[in-house]
Ligand binder design. Structure first.
Ligand code: BT5
Length: 249
């Protein structure tokens, strides 16, 4: 396994750090390569959504992994990225993980991860792990000001990006070593310990329908188990969107 963080490029501006890694795959970019940008002009979220990436205020980082594991293990990469990110921030603020890819602080979104897998039958998958963390933003655009927050806004402190990057890369390395050793139970335990969503009633929007239930745990593949009031358990894929709900109940 290569060490995550070598080579490391810091760019003043790019469309998306995930895209930059993707563009370099054909040139045999090595596992562990990291791209960081001061600003993204087309930062991406899941399902075609965008990630607000203003200059100098956030951490926008992507890394390339090449885990020689079956595709069914790959959804656990999102949990791994979440655990590594939350652990790197925990000494600054009490962040919580929300399935599948959110890192919340005081109920607002502080960070998100975007894991993209390029899987060609017969070859080792290329997995691009993108991480966006709001560090020193003092405001957000109208569309997200009610749901987004930054470490600066919540703690009043100015955050040193380099220190956080070092911490994050160390955590990603140690989590990735365990991931390759298939210590999935450990990962699920760590993820669960850093989340406060279990036991809560949630609504899930999937395929045009709304499902209401209690989040009761993660299965060994990292999928969310939701139990309906009738006692039926649904296992949800990471592609589905979950929203915390007290207001819609
Ligand atoms: C995510 O998507 O949370 C994944 C975010 C990943 C960003 C990183 S930055 C480095 C790398 N390069 C990229 O291009 N992306 C990755 P999702 O769960 O779909 O959440 C997106 C939604 O979060 C948006 O539709 C907004 O509602 C909200 N949002 C957008 N920007 C935000 C921000 N800076 N902070 C908090 N919420 C935001």
């Amino acid at each position: 396994m290569a060490k995550i963080g070598h080579p490391l490029r810091i760019l003043p501006q790019i469309d998306s750090t995930n895209e930059e890694i993707k563009r370099n795959l054909a040139a045999n970019l090595p596992e562990g390569a990291v791209v960081i940008a001061d600003q993204q002009t087309n930062g991406r979220g899941r399902l075609g959504r965008s990630w607000h990436s203003e200059f100098g205020s956030g951490l926008y980082l992507s890394t390339l992994l090449k885990p020689d594991l079956p595709p069914e293990n790959l959804s656990l990469v999102t949990l791994m990225a979440g655990v590594a990110t939350a652990t790197a921030i925990q000494h600054l603020a009490p962040v919580k993980l929300k399935w599948p890819n959110d890192i919340l602080l005081n109920g607002k979104k502080l960070a998100g991860t975007l894991c993209e897998c390029i899987y060609k039958p017969g070859s080792i998958p290329a997995v691009i792990v993108g991480i966006g963390i709001n560090l020193n933003h003092t405001s957000f655009p109208k569309e997200i000001q009610g749901i987004a927050t930054s470490l600066k806004l919540e703690t009043g402190k100015t955050i040193n990006r380099s220190e956080l990057v070092l911490n994050l890369l160390q955590n990603l390395n140690s989590e990735y070593i365990e991931f390759l050793q298939r210590k999935n139970k450990n990962l699920i335990r760590k993820w669960t310990e850093q989340s406060n969503m279990f036991g809560k009633t949630m609504t899930v929007h999937q395929k045009g329908k709304t499902l209401l239930g209690t989040a009761v745990g993660l299965n060994p593949q990292g999928k969310l188990i939701l139990q309906t009031p009738e006692g039926k358990k649904h296992v949800l894929d990471s592609g589905e969107l979950i929203e915390a709900t007290s207001k819609n109940l």
